[in-house]
Design a protein around this ligand. Structure first.
Ligand SMILES: Cc1ncc(COP(=O)(O)O)c(C=O)c1O
Ligand SMILES: N[C@@H](CCCC[NH3+])C(=O)O
Length: 419
C-alpha cells in the first residue's frame, strides 16, 4: 500500500485519514509518514551495506528533532551547515564522530563548538577557511579533521538555483586550485587532511554527473597520493533526486554499484550526505481552501498555506502534486492556480491544475517533506505550521504550531517599557 492512498474517496497517509489530522491539529500542517521515512533511509543503508560508508543525512532538508532522532536511532550520521544544526544533531543523540560540517561560511564560534564536541570532519570550502580553522584548532590544542570540497565543474543538469558544482557557483575550491590548497592544508598546524568532497547540486535524476564528478575527484586523490598526501575518504555530497511528478530517478542500488566499482581496491571510505531522498516523499503539506476566486484569465483556489510554508514553487518553480483530500462527485472540474494569502504574486503552491473542489475542502500538497518546513519563514507575520508524524494508525505531534506570542517574543522583549 503506498503511503498516500484513497480509501472510499478519502485520502489516507498510511492508516490515518487526513481529515482527522486537519480536525485535530488544524491547517496548514506538515504530515510525515514514519514508514516512508525509514524505508527511504533503509534503501540507502542497504544499497551501501557492502561498502565502508558513513551516510550522513543532510538535515537542512528537514531538521525536525523527532525525525532526526528516528534517523539517528536507525544509524544515520548527520551533515550539518551551522551551529544550530550541530546542536540539533547532538540533541537528537547523534554521536559527534558521525557528523560532517559543510558550508562556505563557518564562524569561529561554530568551529570552536564542533572541535569541542569532536565531529568527524570539516568540509572546508576555501583557503581562508583553512586559515581560520587552523587558528581555532591550534588555540584549542586540537586537531581538526579536514576534507576539501572541490568544485568539479560538472553540469548537474538541475535548476540553476540548486546547481552547486559549476565554476560560477560560490561553493567549493576550484578544481584547478585543488592541489595547491591541499598542500597548504597539509602544511598548516592543527589540521589533519583526511578527505575530499563535492556536492554538485540537488534533485539530480541521472547518475552520469555524479560519476563524472567522482572520476574527477579520484584523479585528484591519485595526484595527491603521489605527493604523499594520502586521503582516507571521499564524500560525494547529496543524494539522488526524487519523483515529484514524472521524474524517473535511478535506483540508489545502481548508484552504489557505480561507486563500488570505482572505489574497489582503493581503501577509501565513502561518505554521503543525502537529504531530499530520505525525507522528500515522506511528507505532505495539508491545507484548506479558504475561497475560490474567478479572475479575468484564471481561477484561483486560495488556501491557508502559503509560500512562507513551502517556498519551492516560488523560488525554483518546484512542482508539487495537489490532491483533494476528499474526492467529491458531481463537482465541475476547473483549472486552478493554488495560491496562498501572502502579498506576493509568486505566492503559489501550484499552477494550472485541474481540480474538482469547493471552498472549505482540504488539499494535500505532495512531496513536501524536504525543504518545506525547513525553509519556512514568518513572512507576512504568519506563524510556522505544526508538524505531525503518522506511524501506522498512530498520530504524534512532533512540532507545535508556533503561537503569535512566540513569534512576537524576540521583538516584544526589545520594546521600551510603556509609560
Ligand atoms: C553540501 C551539501 N550536502 C548535501 C546536500 C543535500 O542534498 P540533497 O537534498 O539533494 O540530497 C546539500 C544540498 O543541496 C548540500 O549543499
Ligand atoms: N532547497 C532546495 C535544494 C537546495 C539544497 C541545499 N543546497 C530545494 O528545495 O530544492
Amino acid at each position: 500500500m503506498p503511503a498516500l492512498h484513497y480509501q472510499q474517496q478519502t485520502l489516507y497517509l498510511d492508516d490515518v485519514a487526513l481529515p482527522s489530522i486537519a480536525h485535530q491539529f488544524t491547517t496548514p500542517c506538515f504530515v510525515y509518514s514514519k514508514r516512508t521515512l525509514l524505508q527511504a533511509w533503509q534503501a540507502y543503508r542497504d544499497a551501501f551495506a557492502g561498502q565502508d560508508a558513513l551516510i550522513c543525512y543532510a538535515m537542512k532538508a528537514n531538521s525536525n528533532l523527532s525525525l532526526l532522532k528516528l534517523l539517528v536511532d536507525a544509524g544515520a550520521g548527520m551533515d550539518i551547515v551551522s551551529g544550530g544544526e550541530l546542536e540539533r544533531a547532538l540533541l537528537a543523540g547523534c554521536p559527534p564522530e558521525r557528523i560532517v560540517f559543510s558550508g562556505v561560511g563557518k564562524t569561529v564560534t561554530e568551529m570552536h563548538r564542533a572541535l569541542e564536541v569532536g565531529i568527524h570532519c570539516f568540509n572546508v570550502e576555501s583557503s581562508a577557511e583553512l586559515d581560520r580553522l587552523s587558528a581555532v584548532a591550534t588555540r584549542m590544542g586540537k586537531t581538526a579533521a579536514v576534507s576539501l570540497r572541490i568544485n568539479p565543474d560538472v553540469d548537474a543538469g538541475t535548476h540553476p538555483y540548486i546547481s552547486t558544482g559549476l565554476k560560477g557557483n560560490k561553493f567549493g575550491i576550484a578544481h584547478a586550485e585543488a592541489l595547491a590548497t591541499y598542500r597548504k592544508a597539509a602544511s598548516l598546524p592543527g589540521l589533519q587532511v583526511v578527505g575530499i568532497d563535492c556536492h554538485i547540486g540537488s534533485q539530480l535524476t541521472e547518475l552520469s554527473p555524479f560519476i563524472d564528478a567522482l572520476d574527477r575527484l579520484l584523479s585528484l586523490v591519485d595526484q595527491l597520493a603521489a605527493e604523499g598526501i594520502v586521503l582516507q575518504h571521499v564524500d560525494m555530497g547529496g543524494g539522488i533526486g526524487i519523483c515529484y511528478d514524472a521524474e524517473t530517478p535511478p535506483p540508489v542500488r545502481d548508484y552504489a554499484q557505480a561507486i563500488a566499482e570505482r572505489l574497489a581496491g582503493r581503501g577509501l571510505k565513502l561518505v554521503l550526505e543525502p537529504g531530499r531522498a530520505i525525507v522528500g516523499n515522506a511528507g505532505v503539506l495539508l491545507t484548506r481552501v479558504e475561497f475560490l476566486k474567478q479572475g479575468e484569465t484564471k481561477n484561483f483556489a486560495i488556501v491557508d498555506a502559503a509560500m512562507n510554508d513551502l517556498i519551492r514553487p516560488a523560488l525554483y518553480e518546484g512542482w508539487h502534486q495537489v490532491l483533494p483530500v476528499e474526492q467529491q462527485e458531481g463537482l465541475p472540474e476547473r483549472v486552478y492556480d493554488v495560491v496562498g494569502p501572502v502579498c506576493e504574486s509568486a505566492d503559489f503552491l501550484a499552477q494550472d491544475r485541474t481540480l474538482a473542489i469547493r471552498a472549505g475542502d482540504l488539499l494535500a500538497i505532495g512531496s513536501a517533506g524536504a525543504y518545506g518546513m525547513a525553509m519556512s519563514s514568518n513572512y507576512n507575520s504568519r506563524v510556522r505550521a505544526a508538524e505531525i508524524l503518522v506511524d501506522g494508525d498512530r498520530v504524534q505531534l512532533i512540532r507545535q504550531r508556533e503561537t503569535l506570542a512566540q513569534m512576537l517574543a524576540c521583538e516584544q522583549a526589545c520594546l521600551p517599557e510603556a509609560g
